[in-house]
Write a protein that binds this ligand. Sequence first.
Ligand SMILES: NC(=O)c1ccc[n+]([C@@H]2O[C@H](COP(=O)([O-])OP(=O)(O)OC[C@H]3O[C@@H](n4cnc5c(N)ncnc54)[C@H](OP(=O)(O)O)[C@@H]3O)[C@@H](O)[C@H]2O)c1
Length: 236
Amino acid sequence: MRLGRALALSLAQRGYDVMIHYNSSVAQRDDTLQELAACGVDSHALQADLSDVAAIPELLRRAKQAMPHLGVLINSASAYQHASIMQTDAALFDQQFAVNLRAPFFLTQAFARTCGQGCVINILDNKINYNQFEYAAYLLAKKSLAEFTKMAAMELAPALRVNGVAPGVVLPAETRSEAYVKWRIEGIPLKRQGETDHIAQAMHYLLENPFVTGQALVVDGGESIQHIGRHFRNYE
Ligand SMILES: NC(=O)c1ccc[n+]([C@@H]2O[C@H](COP(=O)([O-])OP(=O)(O)OC[C@H]3O[C@@H](n4cnc5c(N)ncnc54)[C@H](OP(=O)(O)O)[C@@H]3O)[C@@H](O)[C@H]2O)c1
């Protein structure tokens, strides 16, 4: 189960009706719809390739039509491509920005136009606190999404609240080895891997607290606060 599905199920467990979006994962869509139905809520699925910006207003129109009470948008879909600055060509750059920044930008705009009020949560990445150049375009898009979260919170207040959740090591990409995950955990102050429920808890907090907007809640066991830099105490 990837993160979007876990967040959808967690919302359903709290009684939210859920419209899921998918692109290519038809089997996972069907499994998720079954699990959502088992929670006793209304659920639907809509397909869209989010790199096609023209599809976004129609996606929101259909979502609102199926669920007139639509009030929350969770931007979780993501493209995650390994490539340093020197390895990135224009096509890869455009694809990473299209899915990780342009899509949530226009989804938020379409949500604001279609629904008028509610909450948006952008799923970021705790690596927005680093300059991990091995994922140059992905990370620059996520850093921009964090800035967009603040900017949208300003423009769309008071009708909409816009926040972000920045997960750390929760569901490593399937290409990651156990040794890699162990190595990451060694560098996490809380010495553990995160669970999807930790991210869901952050999402619920942001949805339920009406005095919070424009924030990015980092949920990473402290991984991204441990960069102490060089100063007199560790001077050798
Ligand atoms: N997993 C982690 O531990 C972790 C850590 C830090 C941050 N995050 C962030 O949390 C979010 C969810 O992470 P994840 O690992 O669950 O994501 P993921 O498995 O890499 O991707 C989630 C979904 O994005 C959809 N997607 C990709 N390209 C798309 C496109 N062009 N149009 C529409 N949908 C597209 C795919 O849908 P289909 O399968 O239907 O094609 C995919 O299942 C992401 O924003 C990620 O950056 C995750």
